[in-house]
Design a protein around this ligand. Structure first.
Ligand SMILES: [Zn+2]
Ligand SMILES: [Zn+2]
Length: 376
C-alpha cells in the first residue's frame, strides 16, 4: 500500500541544510556498551547497496525513550551500531529501482523498513512487514547479516525506499516532521487501538513524547475528557497545555473517580513499567480496552488472566505501523503540539553522549531531544 504521498516530488532542501557531498567519513554516535554512547567523526558514510536503497542526509534525528532500552541493556542490540530510528532529512542518492522519490526531496524515515506489498503492509501493519528491519539495532547473536545502521549520524541508508520513506510537505517544520517519524503516529495508533472516539473518556498513563502525542491524538479524534498521568510535574504541565486533566499516579484514581463513575473505556499504557501498567488496568472500566504502546522489557503483564476475565477487558499491544498510519493522516489538518513536546529542537550531535545521560536520568524539562548536524 504505497500511497501517492511519496510520489508528489515536492522538492525542497531542509531549512539551513545544503546537500552534503560524499566524503567517505561522517559524524555520528555509536552505542558501544551498556550506558556507553560515543561521538565519532570517522564513521563510514553509507552507500547504495541495493537498487531499492536511498541515502538520506539527516536534518534532525530524534532521541527516543525506546533508545534507552538498548542503552541500559534491557533490549538486545549489536554494540557498535549507530543508534536512532527517527529521522527527517533529504534524499541525496537513490538506487536505480526507486521510482517514488527524487534527489533533493525532504522525507521522513519511519523506524522500520517496509516493502509496501506483502500481506502485512497491504493490511495496514507496515511495522510487521515480512521484510521489516529496525534502524539502529542489529541482531547481537546472528552477526552474519549486517546491522541496519540508525539515524543518529549525518547520513543513513534506507532499504526498500519506495515502501519505507514518506514525503514531507514544504510547510511542515523539521521539528514537526521528526515527530511524525515515530512519536505522533505511535500515539495516534495507541489511542485508536484503545478504541478512543468522540466523547469517550480516555486515560493516558506516562507522558513522555508518545504519551503527550497520545493526549493530542485523543483530543483530535474528538475523545474526552482525557486524564493524563505522570509522576513528573513538568510533563503533567505539558499535558495540561494540550488540553488534558492531569494527575500524579498517587492521586490518579481519585481524580478518575471525579471524571467517570465507572472507569475509562479507553486507556493507554505509555510507561513501559509494571506500576504504570497496573495503574492503567485499574483505571479501565468493565468491557474497556487497554492499549499497551510502550515497548515492554519485562516478561509478564501487571495484571492476571483472572483480572482480565473479571473486567471483560480487551488488551491490545504492539509496535505502531508508522508508515501505514502516515498514509491516512492529513498533514494539512493535524495540529501537532510540537512546541509542547520538543524541548530541545537542535542539539549538535557531538553533545549526544551527554544528552543520552541526561535524558536517561529524566532531567526536568527534557522530553524530546532532536540532534542536528550543522557544520561547526
Ligand atoms: Zn522512537
Ligand atoms: Zn511488507
Amino acid at each position: 500500500m504505497v500511497d501517492a504521498r511519496g510520489t508528489g516530488a515536492r522538492v525542497a532542501l531542509c531549512r539551513g541544510l545544503g546537500v552534503r557531498r560524499y566524503r567517505g567519513a561522517m559524524r555520528g554516535l555509536t552505542l558501544d556498551g551498556v550506558e556507553t554512547i560515543t561521538f565519532r567523526a570517522d564513521l563510514r558514510e553509507p552507500v547504495i547497496e541495493a537498487d531499492t536503497d536511498a541515502i538520506v542526509q539527516v536534518a534532525r534525528a530524534g532521541l527516543c525513550g525506546s533508545d534507552l532500552h538498548p542503552y541500559f541493556g534491557r533490549e538486545p542490540v549489536r554494540f557498535g551500531v549507530i543508534p536512532g530510528h527517527e529521522v527527517v532529512g533529504v534524499v541525496v542518492a537513490l538506487g536505480s529501482a526507486v521510482g517514488g522519490f527524487v534527489v533533493g526531496q525532504r522525507v521522513i524515515v519511519p523506524f522500520t523498513t517496509s516493502c509496501g506489498s506483502c500481506g502485512a503492509c497491504v493490511s495496514g501493519l507496515s511495522a510487521r512487514c515480512e521484510r521489516a528491519e529496525l534502524f539502529g539495532y542489529g541482531d547481537p547473536v546472528d552477526t552474519s547479516k549486517p546491522a541496519l545502521q540508525g539515524g543518529q549520524a549525518e547520513m543513513v541508508r534506507v532499504p526498500l525506499a519506495d515502501g519505507t520513506l514518506v514525503g514531507v510537505p514544504d510547510d511542515l517544520s523539521d521539528e514537526a516532521a521528526l515527530l511524525l517519524a515515530d512519536n505522533f503516529p505511535t500515539g495516534w495508533h495507541a489511542v485508536q487501538q484503545a478504541d478512543a472516539g468522540p466523547d469517550r473518556p480516555v486515560a493516558i498513563i506516562g507522558l513522555g513524547s508518545v504519551g503527550l502525542s497520545s493526549v493530542a491524538a485523543a483530543l483530535m479524534l474528538g475523545a474526552g475528557p482525557v486524564l493524563a498521568v505522570d509522576p513528573v510535574a513538568d510533563r503533567r504541565e505539558r499535558a495540561g497545555r494540550i488540553g488534558a486533566r492531569v494527575a500524579d499516579p498517587a492521586e490518579a484514581e481519585s481524580v478518575a473517580g471525579e471524571m467517570t463513575a465507572t472507569g475509562f473505556p479507553s486507556v493507554v499504557d505509555a510507561t513501559g513499567a509494571l506500576p504504570g501498567q497496573a495503574l492503567a488496568f485499574r483505571l479501565l472500566q468493565p468491557g474497556g480496552t487497554l492499549s499497551i504502546i510502550a515497548v515492554p522489557t519485562f516478561d509478564r503483564f501487571a495484571f492476571t488472566p483472572v483480572d482480565t476475565y473479571d473486567k471483560n477487558a480487551t488488551i491490545v499491544a504492539g509496535r505502531a505501523p508508522v508508515r501505514s498510519v502516515l498514509a491516512h493522516l492529513d498533514f494539512d489538518t493535524i495540529a501537532l503540539p510540537t512546541d509542547v513536546i520538543v524541548t530541545h529542537p537542535s542539539v549538535p550531535i557531538a553533545e549526544g553522549p551527554d544528552m543520552y545521560r541526561r535524558f536517561a536520568a529524566r532531567e526536568a524539562g527534557m522530553v524530546k531531544v532532536l540532534f542536528s548536524f550543522t557544520e561547526l
